[in-house]
Design a protein around this ligand. Sequence first.
Ligand code: ATP
Ligand code: MG
Length: 258
Amino acid sequence: MNIKVEKLSKVFYSSRKKESERVLENINLEVKKGEFAVILGPSGCGKTTLLNIMAGFEVPTQGEVLIGNRPVSGPHPDRVLMWQFFGLFPWRTVSRNVEFAMEVKGVKSARRKERAHKLIETVGLKGYENSRPGGLSGGMKQRVALARVLAADPEVLFMDEPFGSLDAPTRYRLEGVLLDILGEKKKTVFFVTHNVREALHLADSIFIMSINPGKVIKMEKIDWSKPRSASLEKFRRKEEELLSYIHSQKDYTAMEGI
Ligand SMILES: Nc1ncnc2c1ncn2[C@@H]1O[C@H](COP(=O)(O)OP(=O)(O)OP(=O)(O)O)[C@@H](O)[C@H]1O
Ligand SMILES: [Mg+2]
């Protein structure tokens, strides 16, 4: 489904500053069905807020989000958000966390378990099916969360720094897993990262945000075929170009978080 964000702003009351704060200002963007969009921006620029609004968990102060040309008025089973801090159910085992969306859809137990088992293996957690999230490392929890969103098989995926807790080789492998799975089905993805190289591995379009207030300051289309090797000359050039753009921003210290 295509996604359109129109003139969107969000104001929060800051209890620290004792005043209202404009976190997002006049965000306009458009993403086509099947497109992989990446949002890059410094910590605190409003990436999670934007994702929450697009997924229907938060309401904008102004403007709107259209998914498949309809205004978003709340969460929807066709759209799934992978939370920045995993959001696993601590009382459920790994397998039953992954099975959750299938349970809601009424998928039969044997089919659910089989699919969960496969996905758990894909994310490298075979043998942990009956563990509970509390006993897992951050990176392992993140992989359970990935298996859980993939099991939900939604049309639109909102992913908030989904690989932020992983070591570099696991991150790279799971980027490949994600591209393989998404390559088969025409999913629309919004993916938040701080990592320019990760953005270049995955994105069809990259939106760069600034902070105070959070605005989209640059949009780049990357139309090279995937998977993409970081050793390609054009990859390296684009990576340098984006990094120097980010570092040239006036609010450089705030942007350094990228
Ligand atoms: N519910 C809320 N009430 C008040 N302020 C909020 C709320 N949620 C977020 N904010 C503020 O909005 C700003 C943006 O927060 P947000 O979590 O969207 O940033 P982010 O870009 O996702 O950062 P990070 O990269 O660290 O995850 C921050 O200043 C934060 O304090
Ligand atoms: Mg965030």
